[in-house]
Design a protein around this ligand. Structure first.
Ligand SMILES: Cc1ncc(COP(=O)(O)O)c(C=O)c1O
Length: 433
């Protein structure tokens, strides 16, 4: 049966960004039966034994408690499970010296849903209101592109999504670089509905400085524009920052977190912390969309926060695990990549990815991805990570995201093979299969 689709139906049944490539990767893995691939494409965290144990122990505690029936056999409030909200409020008030109440918190089924609510509650066409005519397009501003590919699919009004090109800090002799927001171009004004960015960033591992975040928030504040700081990799959990960073709270900043990289992606848990009125809008959106997030996930996460174990494991296990992987990757690249080639690795400041820029690459990132597949390595072509950036920019076809989710040996071998492919591609030679 082929049902007729609406405009939104057609739009939402399209796979955007990295999801489209994942389909190609799954087909490649399936078709290449017998061929061994080093698959560094995944955004899925590895299962670390200490992390699995944490969630197993919390589950055992929940199962043994009288709370169990109340958690799984009952609906609850859309805002979230009260003991979990209380755990977040207490922990954040103490940790960051804040004055949060439960009205500042919303729990969502994963943080992706949070961006969907925000993108459509604040971005898109306005209605007539208080003497204003309505019909104005409010933009969802991504201040630094590239950024999380998932922002590409969240806007029901796709034309509302606008991303800005960054400036590049290049350390040519070290083969390293870093993106910075280009404040000379960035426009946040009465046409802005909300601002979203990830910090640390998927795909680049960039961490916007505290000053850059404050500056973006200050630009948005006069227009009452919420700034959603996607902290899926940030401290206090999963603490996947390899450089110092301070989360920002208060005013128009909505601090958005996820339990996914702290070992609970299957439970779908996101947390928004911010202004009570903004939280209420998002909560109503959620009630209409799906009622509420899973209470089982919230009940075990409350235990992990209250005991301090979640933060402890994040800082001592999760962070060092991925930071070591990044070191393995950069050491292997430094050893294998010819100094004469214009390759630049983004500074590894956090998250679970490395981002490689192959300047003046003679082929597209998609073609490079195909060539890498031929030597048994799968990474993700970078062009999927520029949602909302409509301007032509060759850089978009010159990058690659490499996931840090392989074994040390796999990562090192993959970088050696990548260096061979890059050398041949730059010299114009075909890569042998
Ligand atoms: C930057 C970023 N934001 C949001 C998400 C969505 O996470 P979830 O919906 O699992 O909380 C991801 C997932 O990979 C991500 O990398």
């Amino acid at each position: 049966m082929t049902p007729a689709l609406t405009k939104i139906g057609a739009q939402m049944s399209n796979l955007t960004g990295v999801r489209a490539i994942m389909k190609d990767i799954i087909e490649t893995l399936r078709a290449g039966a017998g061929q061994q691939f080093i698959n560094l494409s995944a955004g899925n965290p590895l299962i670390l034994p200490e992390v699995e144990k944490l969630w197993r122990d919390c589950t055992a505690d929940l199962l043994a408690s009288s709370e169990y029936g109340e958690v799984v056999c009952r609906y609850g409030s859309s805002q979230g499970y009260a003991p979990f909200i209380e755990a977040v409020v207490n922990d954040f008030n103490k940790r960051y010296n804040l004055n949060l109440s439960d009205r500042n918190i919303l729990i969502t089924p994963g943080s992706q849903s949070l961006y969907f609510y925000a993108a459509n509650a604040f971005g898109g066409y306005t209605v007539a209101d208080q003497g204003r005519e309505g019909g104005d397009l409010k933009h969802i501003v991504l201040p630094l592109s590239p950024d999380y590919t998932g922002y590409g699919g969240v806007a029901l009004t796709p034309e509302s999504l606008i991303a800005y090109k960054p400036t590049l800090d290049i350390d040519a002799s070290a083969h390293r670089f870093k993106y910075r927001p280009d404040f000379s171009q960035l426009s946040i004004d009465e046409n802005t509905g909300c601002v979203i960015f990830s910090r640390p960033c998927n795909p680049t591992g960039n961490v916007l400085t505290d000053e850059e975040v404050s500056k973006i928030a200050a630009l948005a504040a006069p227009y009452n524009v919420p700034v959603m700081v996607d902290s899926a990799y940030a401290p206090p959990f999963p603490a996947l920052n390899f450089t110092e960073m301070t989360p920002l709270f208060g005013g128009n900043v909505i601090h958005c977190m996820s339990l996914s990289k702290a070992g609970l992606p299957g439970e779908r848990l996101g947390i928004a912390i911010g202004d009570a009125e903004v939280i209420e809008v998002l909560e109503c959106f959620q009630t209409n969309a799906c009622i509420h997030a899973s209470r089982y996930g919230q009940a075990i996460a409350a235990r992990a926060i209250n005991s301090g174990a979640l933060v402890e494991i994040s800082e001592t296990v999760i962070r060092s695990f991925y930071q070591n992987k990044f070191t393995v990757l950069e050491t292997a690249l430094d050893a294998a990549m010819p100094d004469s080639l214009p390759w630049f690795l983004h500074r590894g400041e956090g998250a679970i990815f490395a981002w490689l820029w192959l300047k003046d690459l003679p082929i597209t990132d998609w073609e490079f991805y195909q060539q890498l597949k031929q030597v048994g390595v799968i990474a993700v072509p970078g062009s999927s990570f520029f949602p909302g950036l409509r301007s032509e920019w060759k850089h978009k076809q010159e990058c690659l995201r490499i996931s840090l989710t392989g074994s040390d040996e796999e990562i090192a071998t993959a970088m050696e093979r990548l260096a061979e492919v890059a050398t041949k591609v730059y010299s114009g030679a075909a890569v042998s299969v």
